[in-house]
Design a protein around this ligand. Sequence first.
Ligand SMILES: *Cc1c(COP(=O)(O)O)cnc(C)c1O
Length: 530
Amino acid sequence: MDTQTDKLAQLSPFELKDELIKLASSVENRLMLNAGRGNPNFLATIPRHGFWRLGLFAMREAERSFAYLPEGVGGFPRLAGIEDRFEIYAREHAGTPGMEFLVGAVSYVRDQIGMDAAIFLYDMCEAVLGCNYPVPDRMLRSAEPIVAHYLRQEMVGAHPFTGTFDIFATEGGTAAMTYIFNTLRENRLLSPGDKIAIGMPIFTPYIEIPALNDYRLDIVNIEADPSQGWQYPASEIDKLKDPAIKAFFLVNPSNPPSVRIDHATLERIADIVKQRPDLILLTDDVYGTFADDFVSLFAVAPQNTILVYSFSKYFGATGWRLGAIAVHQDNVLDRAIAALPDDVKAELDERYASITTTPRDLKFIDRLVADSRTVALNHTAGLSTPQQVQMVLFALFALMDTPNSYKAAMKRLIRAREHALYREIGVGPTPNPDDVGYYTLLDLADLSEKAFGKPFAEWLLANVEPRSLLFELASESGVVLLPGGGFGALTPAGRVSLANLNEADYAKIGRAARALIEKYWVRFSDQKQG
Ligand SMILES: *Cc1c(COP(=O)(O)O)cnc(C)c1O
């Protein structure tokens, strides 16, 4: 290995990506293709039309007050008669973008969810105008049941589920992660030196945060096996039987392999939780909506699981910053807090004394909310109210789409891109029923073996540093892939996001990968002859 590749091996995946971008954009008049980005290049239009239409209706409500003041002063919406005024507005604006969706949404909320339509409309108008602090701070009363229905549909589906869960609306899934790590530590559910298990490969922050000085957690890897379609082997899952492991953090479906945990593994984890009722599970299921009939660990082990969900990917809404934390009302976290030693409880009484006279009754999820504003600023906690409106409209859009046509469109879009990519390479990954296809790991060893046989693939692995293949793709073809290895994957692979570019671009990436493999094939053949 020369010093250049040595240096590259030291870089973090995100630093490496920056280097790749530099190389890929170094040739003038060549288009860079950056398939490293997870940010979707599509977005859901209908619930956004609904947002703007609702905003215009809310403005009309606001301007009913103080209308005699010409300086641009309005007031709060009024509950009395709001449903009638909405009906008149809908008739006046029939056929305009978002109107039909909004009318359908109000009737869905009333008829399917069983909420009072007037209160819903009033809450949403007030929220879209952003004229009050978010109250309750955890989540608005009209927003929580709707998002709960959505999470139940997408994360639980037909799986049996008893009891109810609370939701904390957050500024995206990444804020949710920050809040959870912090509150687990503040409440001594995780302390420096404690052992946690992490499902690998994983989105790198989940490796980096626990290692930070604030946390200094001892990490046990639970490795998915590429030869078993990226499932966790039973022997890996069984590591969770160790009572020293306090929590298991995972992304499901995974990032980068984009594979969901299969039924047998979910059952195995559920069985371990029965033997270890104290085990905390933290599952980030942002990609669950891209799978058919997805079942979250939250459905399988609801009392032990903290569910993190983000609206960023499915609705093309990374800039909105919309995420949610769901916790079952009967859960292991509240039980663990109740079982803390008396001196720790006394300390926590002091911590939360400013917000309640009975701090010991404060639920884990409400501690998350308080801690998100360093407790003292609890009264200004919570996701901004217009954000909660857009979240509600995204959720209603998915709930009302009973033929699942949006989901089908999402899947068609990413699957067509994957097909275009591997069609040009000539060979593809082994079909996997649990592959969700938001990302694909372009595994150059596997593809080389499929294209030209095992001896060639072995030669390639022995003679070429995996990361240098990504550099060649960038410098020769302008193609940027994120290193699969950087996420803890053990194979020489690049992560291709299928969300970020158009189909023709994926075909170009496929051709570039094919050319790279062929270049080495020629070298290999020459060496054999020479
Ligand atoms: C993209 C992604 C998210 C989304 O985070 P936001 O802050 O909601 O944008 C969360 N978790 C994983 C694993 C992701 O890949």
